[in-house]
Design a protein around this ligand. Structure first.
Ligand code: ATP
Ligand code: MG
Length: 572
């Protein structure tokens, strides 16, 4: 029960300059969130209500799928993270704190270490498995670029569930249950989403899916096929070798050309007229300390995840220019595979190319008419590039399409990665000791709130999907000084409250225009307006936030009308 005059929703007239995307702008403007510091926000009353609704939907579906809710510590001892090797591997993304005795702790970015230790201590028999435990809690990640408001916070709310099973068949069942539960969750929130294959790391046999809320501003690129069901994020989307579009039969003689000041693929296009797809670029990486070279077509983007997985590397990053110069005798922009004394990993397409150009490992020189096999050899020829729109679908070869999405959920088969590291085993039915088979399943709760806004807004503000709207209805008496309008409003307000409908009464002494604007901005799905004209005939105006027309409804029918609209839009 709430009156707008008492509700704490400090709206802003100006769009805060730091906010780039709609959800960030609108959640600030509509008084849902306030920034404490980069990537850290306070949630004001309207936001808290939305979060609670999202959490309740998540909780119900997790419980229905057999999950049991727990609450684990945010402060996690360094020793546990050392056991898994992640104290160092997690790197700068981990917030670390030290107590008065200089003992180190992580502010939990995720909870595999804690939960595996917890389950190991108390679960010893196959009779107690499967076990599905989850929590809804703040997570801490010192993101390199916290941005877009709640989308990429440094403190954010996550639901994380962990499954423990006796074998891989049983893990399959847990995984499928979670997959179905996630679909139920996003269906219940009325969000448009897509489930896509995601990268599952170097360990083979693992499976992973992401749940993407579709929005143009989404950070993730999804490739999908309309002919078959294939859909994958760009990290995962597989590229098959495609035949060279312009094959020639003669390998021409390799030629070294002087290219003073020409450094980039574009420089060669502009100055020498060599198209991007007839050039090869060479990128040097440090993979767990070893410098290696990746080569791919000039107009393609390297997929670091594919390279990292192929190498089985724990850490992969671009080599710095000093080490590049030391190893190759030239700087970035003049590198090439010919004569390079490093392990070369070539993209599938490079093997198909003929007579291409590349750097000569000497500043201001390039080679033309290079051919792989004749002029250099590769350690491996593998899929190394990002898939692009129009590429053939890896399943059915139709052209792939792209769409942007916001990753709101991620499910992942972990296998024995953490049970091995933390020593979590059980005794199976034959009396043998076996490692537990694990899965982990995350939902970004605060990110989901932002994603819902990103997908549902217009130039006037937010349009909350009914199931997660902070309130269902707002009642606006046009003139707060007119007794009969206020009385009619209060009457409808009481009736709606009696029906358990979540309603705001805008009792503020503001101009009608201000009240209408605020109602639209905060995105309440149903607006009831009580004005002098309609009142004479015992009518009120009912308007749905996502439609432009207004309906006149007899006062006595308004409660029913509202109930019908809510019911029809709770689930689509
Ligand atoms: P991303 O690739 O976006 O960084 P992630 O792969 O690191 O995500 P997970 O570790 O799988 O994410 O976390 C589970 C879920 O938590 C994600 O699907 C996402 O919805 C949410 N999430 C992850 N990082 C953040 C963040 N910095 N701010 C808000 N939500 C986040
Ligand atoms: Mg991340």
């Amino acid at each position: 029960m709430v009156k707008a005059s008492q509700l704490f929703y400090p709206t802003l007239r100006e769009v805060p300059s730091e906010a780039e995307i709609a959800s960030h702008q609108l959640l600030l403007r509509a008084g849902f969130i306030r920034k404490a510091t980069a990537g850290v926000y306070s949630y004001l009353p309207l936001a808290k209500r939305v979060l609670r609704k999202i959490e309740n939907i998540v909780r119900e579906e997790m419980d229905r799928a057999g999950g049991q809710e727990v609450m684990m510590p945010i402060i996690q001892p360094q020793e546990l993270w050392e056991k898994s090797g992640r104290w160092s591997l997690y790197g700068d993304e981990m917030f670390r704190v030290y107590d008065r005795h200089e003992r180190g702790f992580a502010l939990g970015p995720t909870h595999e270490e804690i939960i595996t230790t917890l389950v190991d201590a108390d679960v010893h028999s196959y009779r107690n498995l499967p076990l599905l435990l989850y929590q809804i809690q703040n997570k801490y990640r010192d993101e390199i670029r916290p941005r877009f408001g709640l989308m990429r916070g440094r403190e954010f709310i996550m639901k994380d569930l962990y499954s423990f099973d006796v074998d891989y068949d049983s893990l399959d069942i847990s995984y499928k249950k979670m997959h179905a539960a996630y679909q139920a969750i996003y269906n219940r929130m009325n969000l448009k989403y897509r489930v896509v294959e995601a990268d599952s790391g170097a360990i083979g046999g693992n499976e992973s899916h992401e749940f993407m809320v579709l929005a143009d501003s989404g950070e993730c690129l999804v490739l999908y096929c309309e002919t078959c069901e294939y859909a994958a994020n760009v990290e995962k989307a597989q590229c098959n070798a495609v035949p060279n579009p312009s094959p020639v039969s003669v390998q021409q003689e390799i030629e070294k050309i002087s290219t003073p000041g020409l450094r980039t693929i574009q420089d060669l296009v502009a100055n020498l007229g060599i198209p991007e797809h007839e050039q090869v670029k060479t990128l040097l990486y440090s993979a767990d300390g070893d410098i290696i070279a990746a080569v791919l077509r000039g107009d393609r983007d390297l997929n670091e995840i594919k390279l990292k997985n192929y190498l089985g590397a724990e850490q992969l990053f671009m080599a710095d220019e000093d080490s590049v110069r030391e190893r190759c005798g030239a700087g970035f922009g003049s590198l090439g595979p010919v004569g390079l004394r490093l392990k070369i990993y070539a993209d599938l397409e490079v093997a198909q190319m003929q007579n291409f150009s590349c750097g000569a490992n000497e500043d201001d020189y390039h080679f033309c008419n290079v051919n792989m096999g004749r002029d250099f050899t590769a350690e491996a020829i593998i899929d190394l590039r990002n898939a692009e729109a129009g590429d053939p679908c890896p399943i059915c070869s139709s052209g792939l399409q792209t769409i942007r999405g916001i990753e709101v959920g991620h499910i992942f088969k972990l296998g024995t990665k953490y049970s091995d590291a933390m020593g979590a085993s059980f005794i199976n039915a034959n009396g043998e000791e076996k490692p537990m088979i694990m899965g982990c399943y995350g939902i970004g709760v605060s990110r989901t709130m932002a994603a819902a806004v990103e997908q549902n807004n217009d130039s006037n503000g937010i349009i909350w999907p009914m199931p997660i709207a902070p309130y269902h209805v707002i009642i606006i008496p046009v003139n707060a000084n007119k007794k009969e309008q206020m009385e009619a409003a209060a009457d409808i307000y009481k009736q709606l409250l009696a029906e358990g409908i979540e309603v705001i009464l805008d009792d503020r002494d503001e101009r009608a225009g201000v009240k209408f604007k605020d109602a639209d901005l905060i995105g309440i799905p149903i607006k009831i307006t009580i004005g002098p004209k309609s009142l004479q005939e015992n009518l009120v105006e009912v308007k749905k936030r996502w439609e432009s027309e207004t309906k006149l409804v007899p006062m006595v029918k308004v409660v029913n009308t509202v109930k019908e609209i809510i019911a029809a839009n709770m689930k689509k």
